[in-house]
Every structure is written in structure tokens, then in C-alpha cells.
Design a protein around this ligand. Structure first.
Ligand code: HEM
Length: 169
């Protein structure tokens, strides 16, 4: 069932154009990498503040207010370019272990963000405008986030080295 969806994506006009054009995939992947640098770089700033090891002169509230809008824009660009690369070789990517784990970690990173938003950071505005230690739950969310994003980048990098033609049964 899933394979027929991946096959359908592979046969779309966009999939064919990206696959058959020599320079389109490298350009899309370059934009993917640039967007990733912005996503992971900006999230690392917030996570290191949550862990209390960086930007200690700024409150978490002020930092997230300034940083997260660019994170979301960069994430949208990373997801769109990732999807375009995916459809150009959907069946093989979908059966690639590193791609599967990367997507799993992306889902876990999103769940961790929701945990911070609705639980650990719910009272972020009351943490005061001045810098200071963050609650344990916030440090947990920050540490988990940083670990997940480092893994996402590592597994993302490994996809290209391990991609093999998937022989459907
Ligand atoms: C913000 C979230 C994401 C991060 C941090 C990320 C990270 C990465 C990294 C580090 C690479 C290797 C790039 C290189 O060195 O050439 C990569 C490649 C790739 N990513 Fe993502 N990615 C993200 C989102 C996505 C999404 C949502 C998809 C698909 C639905 C996706 C699909 C791919 C594909 C197909 C490749 C190409 C592998 C190849 O053939 O070289 N990515 N990603």
C-alpha cells in the first residue's frame, strides 16, 4: 500500500523533472542544507539557553520571541526541499534505514517542542525578564532537543551514502 503511494510520488511530473534535470537536485539539496543550518543553528541557541550554558544575560522568553519565527520559516523551507528530493527517488528513500530514523527523530523533536510549549515552558513568561536557572523540565526539553537535532543531521548525512535501489517483491 505505502509502496504504491511512493511509486505514485516517484512518477509525478515534479519527480520526473527533478530526476532528469542534472542541476536541479544539487540546487534543491544546497537549499536544504542552508535551511537546515538555520533550523538547527537557531534551535541550538534556545536549547543552550534552556540548559543555562549560553545567552545567560537574556531571558528565555525574549530569546524565543526573537529567534523562533526564523526557525519556523527555515523549517518550512527544509521540509519543502526535503519533500522535493524525496519524491525524486521516493521508493528508495522510503526503504532507507537512515531516512526512516531521521523522520522518526523529526517526529520526536516535534513532540519534544510540544512538550516544552504545553508543559515545561508553559509558565516561561513568569521566569522573569532577567536571566537565571531554568526549571528542570525545561533543561530536559533543551537537552533532548539538542540531542535529537544532532542525530537528525547525522542520519540525514548518511542517507546519501547508504541509498540503494529497493527491489520491490
Ligand atoms: C529541518 C528538518 C531537517 C533536517 C535538519 C534535515 C537534515 C538533512 C541533512 C543533514 C541531509 C544531508 C544533506 C547533505 O549533506 O547533502 C539531508 C538530506 C536529505 N533530506 Fe533532510 N532534513 C530535514 C527535513 C527533511 C524532510 C522533512 C525530508 C523529506 C520529507 C527530508 C529529506 C531529505 C532527503 C531526501 C535528503 C537527501 C539525501 C541524499 O540523497 O543525499 N529532509 N537532510
Amino acid at each position: 500500500m505505502l509502496d504504491s503511494i511512493f511509486r505514485w510520488l516517484y512518477d509525478t511530473a515534479a519527480g520526473v523533472v527533478i530526476r532528469e534535470n542534472e542541476s536541479l537536485f544539487p540546487w534543491i539539496e544546497s537549499i536544504h542544507v542552508l535551511a537546515i543550518v538555520l533550523v538547527v543553528g537557531s534551535i541550538a541557541f534556545v536549547d543552550l539557553r534552556l540548559l543555562g550554558v549560553a545567552s545567560r544575560d537574556r531571558s528565555v522568553n525574549a530569546l524565543t520571541r526573537d529567534v523562533l519565527p526564523s526557525t519556523w520559516i527555515a523549517f518550512a523551507v527544509a521540509a519543502l526541499t526535503g519533500l522535493l528530493m524525496f519524491i525524486s527517488n521516493a521508493v528508495n528513500y522510503a526503504h532507507n534505514f537512515y531516512f526512516q530514523i531521521k523522520i522518526l527523530f523529526l517526529v520526536l523533536a516535534a513532540a519534544n517542542m510540544l512538550f516544552f510549549h504545553f508543559v515545561a515552558g508553559r509558565d516561561v513568561a513568569t521566569w522573569g525578564a532577567v536571566a537565571g536557572p531554568t526549571p528542570f523540565k525545561a533543561r530536559l526539553a533543551g537537552g533532548t532537543s539538542l540531542t535529537l537535532w544532532i542525530c537528525i543531521v547525522a542520519f540525514g548525512r548518511w542517507i546519501g551514502f547508504t541509498l540503494q535501489p529497493h527491489l520491490s517483491g
